[in-house]
Design a protein around this ligand. Sequence first.
Ligand SMILES: C[S@@+](CC[C@H](N)C(=O)[O-])C[C@H]1O[C@@H](n2cnc3c(N)ncnc32)[C@H](O)[C@@H]1O
Length: 206
Amino acid sequence: MSFYHDHILPHVINLACGSGQMKKIRSQIVPAAKGKVLEIGFGSGHNLPFLDAGKIEHYWALEPDPHVRKLAQKRLQHVPLKPEFLDLEAEAIPLEDDSVDTVLITFTMCTIPLVQQALEQMRRVLRPGGRMLFAEHGAAPDEAVARWQQRIEPIWKPLAGGCHLTRKPLELVEQGGFALEQAQSLYMPKAPRFAGFVSFGSARPQ
Ligand SMILES: C[S@@+](CC[C@H](N)C(=O)[O-])C[C@H]1O[C@@H](n2cnc3c(N)ncnc32)[C@H](O)[C@@H]1O
């Protein structure tokens, strides 16, 4: 990969994903993770401080990018959880069917190239009655913002590690075979509107 991708982008993503507004959203979904937990797109570990270690039996952290994973080292020193890393893509999760209680995915559906395939994998590994916890940015409901998202996306995507601005996370979750249990959508205050419309909540495999 390029110098930008390996040495600059991981720091940019780490900074961008650490905003106070994102922390507020993380705090509303991540503590519900329990049992055998699989995090998809672990990144630099921004969800670690919000996980309740007492409720977690096993924690797999799936993250294909070694440069991003490296940035999690400091955060890992301050939490009791010791993740088992899966250095692979979410399109081919190397776990058994029905083996996970909670799938956690935050700000990652925008980036996974074959997102529908990845969601099918998440549903496959999630046991019946298990739960997906998600927080994702995506297409804005306002036409003017949505038009800007479509214009900007071709420039934004290569700069932001493959991140799409126009995906619709709630539709993706439902198309992936999940039933929404709780969902809220809002513009994050202080974030640029083209990247700040976020949907978060939980869903059950159907
Ligand atoms: C914007 S970052 C979000 C990181 C983290 N989930 C968070 O909330 O801070 C998107 C992450 O998705 C990861 N990613 C990219 N392609 C992926 C794939 N095919 N499967 C799983 N993760 C992927 C990237 O390496 C990156 O760490």
